[in-house]
Design a protein around this ligand. Structure first.
Ligand code: MG
Length: 166
């Protein structure tokens, strides 16, 4: 795609999925996180229902935009392509650099305030794929992606919680 190509929804949606997968995040990983967040409130919750809610979250353009932006910055940091001092801040995942969390919050925001609690909790506990993304053993930089993945799971959980009983 040339830089001047007209952006179409299908291309954005497709690239979002491709990048998530290329960075090691599967729908199954995301569904596990939703199960983790909701199992106490929703004992009969199935992986299929988690995936159904994740699909709805991932279909939102603002979510896709956050994913594309965050992964792109992670990849550019990996390739040492950013200008200093941003290069070092993102590459080293510096504590004082919080833009990764802000980008992730734009995902959580989509389903209202209930998502914030889930997001804060999952970011603290770091279950499943979140632990893997934080291990820094795969030679990939996931400064943005770990927050984004937590946010996607939190947003899908909020969606589930809102739809419960309706
Ligand atoms: Mg981060």
């Amino acid at each position: 795609m040339s830089p001047l190509a007209v952006v179409n929804d299908e291309v954005v949606a497709k690239k979002t999925r491709e990048l998530l997968e290329a960075r090691g995040v599967t729908m199954d990983d995301l569904a596990e996180l939703v199960l983790f967040l909701q199992k106490d409130y929703f004992p009969d919750l199935t992986k299929e229902l988690c995936i159904d809610n994740l699909e709805k979250v991932l279909a939102k353009r603002e979510v896709q935009n956050a994913i594309l932006t965050g992964i792109q910055l992670d990849m550019l940091a990996e390739q040492r392509m950013l200008l200093e001092p941003l290069q070092s801040m993102i590459f080293n995942d510096e504590g004082l650099y919080g833009v990764d969390e802000i980008v992730a919050l734009s995902i959580v925001n989509v389903y209202g305030s209930i998502g914030f609690t889930n997001y804060g909790y999952i970011d603290k506990v770091k279950p499943g794929i979140l632990k893997k993304l934080n291990d820094k053993h795969d030679h990939q930089n996931h400064t943005f992606l770990d927050d984004i993945v937590g946010a996607i799971a939190a947003a899908a959980s909020s969606r589930l919680a809102h739809s419960k009983g309706h």
